[in-house]
Design a protein around this ligand. Structure first.
Ligand code: 3H9
Length: 687
């Protein structure tokens, strides 16, 4: 039964019971409506509505959004609750999100447990609240707070909800607290729809629109939410509700909402492959080698998940540096209120910093995050092999290097698995799990178990230069450099990609990570690079000039005084010089043409990665590009976007570009196969 009900004295208890998170689908809506009639027929004094398990309700069941809306619709159900002569009280026992929060707002009063979270995150699914959220919330918390909660979609804690007037009381036992409310107090409460809306405030609305233009460019839903909220400030409640419903339904079937739903469910479906039967090793103590930015981030992520960490460095100086790096993360987490002093202390207690590998003798997993050089990695793995139990899993965090070559130094190469974290490793959600030729199922299963423990999004990758993500990144940068050399400035390229939806373009991003890393990679790839492939030397010139990015105060941009970026004419001139030397006549490209080239280059590489079986599915590539590389989430990831463009169109555009440079632009066999069979990339499986 999706919604259960019972009578105790004159009180009715209605419980949303649709595990795991009480999402509200057709059956729950029908049951709730029935419960309204039941309470009235039973002449109850009140109804207390709550959720079974940990959640109150996670909102409308988003799995229903692909089909036509089915009656009864949630706004009608909530209208019935709100108008009922029997007052309803929400006992918010856990998360109350989207439609869940809207149910609570249709109640006469709300009591929350301290751990409850209340919010309207609909914009993160590309829609706006569709059951009164845009109209009731401003009436309860005022315009500014409602604008913030609805357009950013971030839930608030019970305490914050109480401070904002969204809940009347916070209590360890919200059911009991709801029962204790005086019936007369409840009877005096005016239903929310009858409250006057807050005054129309053009300045607050303009500020919200401005914030959104900067924060979520290209996204439709947050701005539509502001429009609908604004309508509600001057129009009668039920008229504004019609606008809300129309906007919700239109957005629900739009491309952005479909893309965001795809990513929402893909993230939750990212798990160990179903045919991986091996039992993962128990995780308690993990060794991490290297305390630089990456190693410290990994160590902190492990500590956050309650694991003990032995962080190994080469010498006392390295140990001190590693300790300082971890301290920095702990302090930042304290400052942001993510942990308290006791939490910081507990993390420090579980951390051992040492240069003595013997300290890692109890570890069941070791992750090396040492310097990115094959010889260094091999030495570290040999040392780990000597120090750890024979059954322990060894993992490398290499971004590019050949895992199979590394595994060859081990007596048992099956122990080695790639665990490719992304910086900052305690924040970024993606974890590429790389299966070498000999990686055992147990090592792989341990990698997936770790991802689960760290609440990361795991994606299985095969061995190749750069695995899934960095291999696509290399093509993205190559296409950017070619556009720079032939037609544009770095800032024009960056602006084109920001207009496409990235938070920053490829050049600004490189300035952040440092140009030296990519440079070292290019030198490593010199011996294997296809001589027929065009090589753009501008990035090498930058490194020769000492322009390594933010850390040297100048890269593709200048950063005077360590501040914001400034365009650098010297950099623009480098392209003119190199183009002249190469006998290239520079052309002009529009923003759309620039973005198209960079995106097509990535799609073509993604299709090759699928074709070679390096990625198991297009969905995995979507996860990698969204969670590791800043591809706009509302476009659903790289391959999802390719399918929206249409494979036939992608092939046609690539073929046109191939006339310019066949080595770079010849369409991938996977694309041709999809075009010929009419199959979408999302349905492509390596034959
Ligand atoms: C809305 O409400 C519109 C209304 O305004 C208007 C209507 C007219 N639907 O995340 P988890 C599944 S829009 C369907 O792993 P956690 C999820 O797929 C909605 N399924 O757990 C997973 O399934 P599986 C606005 C949902 O504890 C399982 O539940 N609401 C939904 O880490 C567990 O999920 C939101 O945007 C859903 N709405 O986090 C909230 N929610 O077991 C979206 C979850 O098969 N949800 N599932 O893999 C969340 O943010 C998190 O799931 C939550 C729990 C915080 C609730």
């Amino acid at each position: 039964m999706p919604v259960t009900r019972r009578r105790e004295g004159n009180t009715g208890y209605v419980t949303l019971d649709n595990p795991p998170v009480n999402a509200i689908g057709r059956a729950e809506r029908a049951d709730l409506l029935e419960a309204v009639g039941w309470a009235e027929a039973e002449r109850l004094d009140r109804v207390i509505v709550t959720g079974a398990g940990h959640a109150f309700a996670a909102g409308a069941d988003a799995r229903e959004f692909d089909g036509p809306p089915a009656e009864p619709h949630l706004p009608e159900v909530l209208d019935a609750i709100e108008r009922s002569p029997v007052p309803w009280v929400a006992a918010i026992n856990g998360v109350a999100l989207g439609g869940g929060a809207e149910i609570a707002m249709a109640c006469r009063m709300r009591v929350a447990a301290p751990q409850a979270q209340i919010g309207l995150p609909e914009v993160t699914l590309g829609v706006i609240p569709g059951a009164g959220g845009t109209q009731r919330l401003p009436r309860i918390v005022g315009l500014e707070k409602a604008l913030e909660m609805i357009t950013l979609g971030k839930p608030v804690s019970a305490a914050a909800a109480q401070a904002a007037g969204l809940v009347d009381d916070v209590d360890e036992d919200p059911l009991d607290a709801a029962f204790m409310i005086n019936t007369e107090d409840m009877g005096c409460r005016v239903p929310v729809w009858e409250l006057p809306p807050p005054p129309h405030d053009p300045a607050a609305l303009a500020a919200a629109r401005e914030r959104l233009a900067a924060r979520s460019p290209g996204q439709i839903a947050p701005l539509r939410a502001v429009d609908v909220i604004e309508e509600g400030l001057t129009r009668p409640f039920h008229e504004a509700m019609q606008s809300e419903r129309a906007a919700f339904l239109a957005l629900r079937q739009g491309d952005q909402a479909r893309a965001l739903r795809h990513i929402f469910f893909a993230e939750r479906a990212a798990k160990a492959p179903s045919d991986l039967a091996a039992v993962p090793l128990p995780l308690d103590t993990v060794a991490v080698v290297g305390g630089g930015t990456m190693g410290a981030g990994i160590a902190y992520a492990l500590l956050n998940a309650g694991l003990s960490v032995v962080l190994l460095e080469t010498d006392a100086e390295g140990v001190a540096r590693a300790g300082a790096n971890i301290d920095k993360i702990v302090s930042a987490s304290l400052k942001r209120g993510l942990i308290d002093e006791a939490g910081a202390e507990a993390r420090r207690d579980r951390l051992t910093l040492t240069s003595d590998y013997a300290a890692a003798a109890k570890a069941t997993l070791a992750i090396e995050a040492a310097f990115e050089a094959m010889e260094v990695k091999k030495q570290v793995l040999s040392a780990l092999q000597a120090a750890l139990p024979a059954e322990a899993v060894l993992a490398t965090n290499t971004s590019y290097l050949d895992i199979d070559e590394m595994a060859a130094v081990l007596d048992d190469p099956a122990r080695l698995v790639g665990l490719h974290f992304f910086a900052p490793a305690h924040i970024m959600k993606l974890l590429e799990i790389v299966r070498g030729a000999q990686t055992s199922d147990a090592a792989l299963a341990t990698g997936f178990a770790l991802a689960k423990r760290l609440r990361k999004v795991p994606v299985l990758a095969g061995v190749c230069d750069g695995f899934i993500g960095n291999r696509i990144l290399a093509r993205y940068r190559e296409a950017a450099d070619t556009v720079f050399m032939d037609a544009a400035t770095p800032w024009e390229v960056d602006e084109a990609m920001v207009a496409f939806g990235y938070a920053m373009g490829p050049y600004e991003a490189q300035d952040l990570s440092g140009l030296d890393i990519a440079h070292a990679n290019r030198r490593r790839q010199d011996v294997t690079r296809d001589p027929a492939r065009r090589y753009i030397p501008i990035a090498d010139r930058m490194v020769e000039l000492g322009k390594l990015g933010r850390k040297t105060g100048a890269g593709w941009y200048r950063y005077p005084g360590g501040g914001g970026k400034v365009e650098d004419p010297i950099v623009a001139d480098l392209a003119l010089e190199e183009a002249h030397l190469a006998g290239i006549t520079r052309t002009e490209m529009t923003e759309a043409e620039i973005a198209e080239r960079l995106v097509l280059a990535m799609i073509n590489e993604g299709a090759d990665i699928l074709h070679e079986g390096i990625a198991q599915s297009a969905r995995d590539i979507d996860l990698v590009t969204v969670f590791g590389y800043g591809f706009p989430r509302w476009r659903g990831g790289l391959m999802w976007h390719a399918d929206r463009l249409g494979v036939a169109h992608v092939v046609q555009r690539l073929e046109a570009l191939a006339a310019e440079d066949p080595v770079v632009w010849t369409p991938s066999p996977a694309l041709l196969q999809c075009r010929d069979t009419g199959c979408a990339l999302s349905d492509y499986r390596k034959a």
